[in-house]
Write a protein that binds this ligand. Structure first.
Ligand SMILES: [Ca+2]
Length: 179
């Protein structure tokens, strides 16, 4: 085997060791695991008024804190939005997070793409939403692979439980990488 072939093989073996491919770039964002309380996250007015999303020790997957979403039947749905990330249209990204449902819950994560004027860009639901397991479940890692649509300048995402139904779910350890 030539030395150049050997180094390619060595590189392939090395690449397999890491869960993030060598070409992926992790995008930094404020407080992805709720260790700084709610810093960097913004709740809707209804969420704040009803105290639906709150940072709690009981909701930690790693570290000391995680996000608990708790709401009753027949009320508004929770909505906690991340900070915005700049995007390059056509480039692919991966959002991962950990979540568990403690009870029957209609909870998930929704992506919001915006253009240069801050106008929302509509994308198919199968690309923009990831629902967590609705019945009570152990901590699970969820992945959302998506490509920034034409005209998208930024993306943010929201942790949201459907309105008019109860929810008790925990979220932690968000991570966004660009390929
Ligand atoms: Ca945490």
């Amino acid at each position: 085997m030539k030395s150049s072939q050997k180094s390619i093989v060595a590189g392939m073996i090395l690449a397999g060791v890491f869960s993030i491919p060598a070409w992926a770039e992790e995008l930094t964002f404020v407080n992805p695991g709720f260790e700084q309380g709610a810093e960097g996250w913004r709740a809707s007015k209804e969420d704040t008024a009803n105290n639906l999303s709150s940072v709690q020790a009981d909701a930690a997957h790693s570290g000391q804190f995680g996000l608990r979403v708790e709401q009753g039947d027949g009320g508004p749905g929770s909505w906690l939005e991340s900070s915005k990330f700049e995007m390059q249209p056509g480039k692919s990204y991966k959002l991962t997070f950990w979540a568990r449902s403690l009870n029957q819950s209609g909870a998930g994560v929704w992506l919001m793409f915006k253009d240069a004027e801050g106008k929302k860009i509509d994308v198919p639901a199968e690309m923009s939403a990831k629902q967590v397991t609705q019945s009570a479940s152990a901590w699970t890692e969820y992945t959302m692979d998506f490509t920034a649509p034409q005209g998208a300048e930024s993306v943010s995402f929201a942790i949201h439980c459907y309105s008019q139904r109860p929810c008790l779910a925990d979220f932690d350890d968000f991570s966004l990488t660009a390929n």
